[in-house]
Design a binder for this molecule. Structure first.
Ligand code: 5GP
Length: 202
């Protein structure tokens, strides 16, 4: 049976660059699967069902909460976002590593429920820069952007609760830091590696 994979969580405020970092990481880490979340937020232009998110109505989301289908979920700026537990565990059981890209409340739930998960907080270099990035990407209207910025102030106060903090000032550097974290975590407490049997992951 395959050795169970590791669960990684990328968290931090909207606009810090989690998604962009992740795009680079996924290209460089073939054993890593990105979990597709469910949300009640409306799809943005170009977003596809089952690829970017599973888009659910509020009712359908709440029904799945009742069924106990979520590993974690949270309400963020007026919408629900959640990670479906079954697909994550299936991948982990197959021996793949899985990464979640989620906001801070959900990450704290994972911290409680899955103490083995590795949690990485992606921080912006400053709140001014965060605001500039949210403006620049143009995916939210002014009111939504303001709510995300207010939420970000609150989320920043949790940053010390996580295993690692990566400041995304220069993208290549943040990607490099994260790849180093993954590599180190895969080698952690690996008896085969210690016994010198060799493991290409390390
Ligand atoms: P967006 O609307 O920009 O796609 O996502 C808003 C926030 O929700 C981001 O911080 C994103 O990381 C987070 N998010 C996405 N999926 C999930 C999820 O499954 N659970 C939680 N708790 N947050 C999520």
């Amino acid at each position: 049976m395959a050795k169970r994979g590791k669960l990684f969580v990328l968290t931090g405020p909207s606009g810090a660059g989690k998604g962009t970092i992740l795009e680079h990481i996924l290209k460089a880490a073939p054993n890593l699967f990105l979990s597709v979340s469910a949300t009640t937020r409306a799809p943005r232009a170009g977003e596809q069902e089952g690829i970017h998110y599973f888009f659910l109505s509020r009712e359908a989301f709440e029904e799945r909460v009742k069924q106990g289908d979520f590993l974690e979920y949270a309400e963020y700026v007026g919408n629900y976002y959640g990670t479906l537990e079954k697909p994550v565990d299936e991948r982990l059981d197959e021996g793949y590593d899985v990464i979640l890209e989620i906001e801070v409340q959900g990450a704290m739930q994972i911290h409680q429920k899955r103490p083995d998960a590795v949690l990485v907080f992606v921080a912006p270099p400053s709140m001014e820069e965060l605001s500039r990035r949210l403006y620049g990407r143009g995916t939210e209207d002014a009111q939504e952007r303001e709510r995300r910025l207010q939420t970000a102030e609150h989320e920043m106060t949790y940053k010390d609760s996580f295993d690692y903090i990566v400041t995304n000032e220069v993208l290549e550097r943040a990607v490099g830091d994260l790849l180093a974290i993954f590599r180190a975590e895969r080698c952690r407490n690996n008896p085969r590696q210690i016994q010198g049997e060799g493991n290409t992951q390390c």
